[in-house]
Design a protein around this ligand. Structure first.
Ligand code: CP
Length: 304
């Protein structure tokens, strides 16, 4: 299991560990009041903005009975005086049993884990990885589809900078999926992830038009175009509204289709979709709390 280990990339954990975390998450969903971590202190360090990840992590920590220290704004820390990430992590690891960190730089979580004597959970590092989002996405897929095997998964939008899709395709590759990548040329799935799928023998198709994949998909995973990752804002303006899902587009979809989105959305899912029973993104965000309870409990050895 992942006891006492950092979770930096979804590739850090085995298929068996993933399935165990999903089992634990179901256990926490059925019984959320399990204060197994009384006496533990967990640090929540958010160098980049967040709503769901930070609040669901901190809710998970509180539900588990741990105490929480940290910051949601690095502007109130000594990073503003020039303190390095290495020194910050060394300090915080003096105080806490576990560190949850979001950072704007790719690789920051791996670096922090290398410096820290206590485990580090990556809550998103730049455009790189967001492994706890992946586990909650898997939990949501499993719950809505009754399993993880042989699914047709369409990923739409910003496949270049969207760290959640990068982690998700790697994790789901254990379960013989077929992927449909729908993106404008500027935001296509990076070659390294396509090479990964080629090496695993996983089928994928690339499309420009979302309508091509709607009748086929079991999961429609919409993503936000990540404005904060663009160096050229003109390019962002050009592509930001390429895909907008409206309720009337869903009439051609399968009954079991569920629409996921890591959120926040900024226009790629019209609000007229929200009442459709196929919309699952708010439940997905709630699942994040149970999944993060499971991850924290597993790493701190509260659930063997
Ligand atoms: N899904 C996600 O990471 O949302 P936040 O940026 O609000 O944490």
């Amino acid at each position: 299991m992942i006891k006492n280990k950092s979770l930096v990339s979804i590739n850090d954990i085995s298929k068996e560990d993933m399935l165990r975390i999903l089992e634990l998450a179901a256990d926490f969903e059925a019984n959320p009041d399990q204060p197994l971590l009384r006496g533990k202190i967990i640090a929540s360090l958010f160098f980049e903005p967040s709503t769901r990840t930070r609040l669901s992590f901190e809710t998970a920590m509180n539900r588990l009975g741990a105490r929480v220290i940290g910051f949601s704004d690095p502007g109130v820390t000594s990073a503003t005086k020039g303190e390095t990430l290495k020194d910050t992590i060394k300090m915080v690891s003096n105080y806490a049993d576990l560190i949850v960190m979001r950072h704007y730089l790719e690789g920051a979580a791996r670096y922090a884990a290398e410096q820290s004597p206590v485990p580090v959970i990556n809550a998103g590092d730049g455009a790189n990885q967001h492994p706890t989002q992946t586990l909650l996405d898997m939990y949501s897929i499993n719950k809505t589809q009754g399993g993880l095997d042989n699914l047709k998964i369409a990923l739409v939008g910003d496949l270049k900078y969207g760290r959640t899709v990068h982690s998700l395709i790697q994790a789901m590759s254990y379960f013989n999926p077929t992927f449909y990548f729908v993106a404008p040329d500027e935001l296509k799935m990076p070659q390294e992830y396509k090479t990964f799928l080629d090496e695993k023998g996983i089928t994928y198709e690339e499309h420009r038009d979302m309508a091509d994949v709607l009748p086929t998909a079991d999961i429609l995973y919409m993503t936000r175009v990540q404005k904060e990752r663009f160096s050229d804002l003109m390019e962002y303006e050009r592509v930001k509204n390429t895909y907008v899902l409206h309720n009337d587009m869903l009439s051609v979809t399968k009954d079991n289709l569920r629409i996921l989105h890591p959120l926040p959305r900024v226009g790629e899912i019209s609000t007229d979709v929200d009442q459709n029973p196929k919309a699952y993104f708010f439940e997905q965000a709630k699942n994040g709390m149970y999944t993060r309870m499971a991850i924290i409990a597993a790493i701190l050895g509260a659930k063997e």
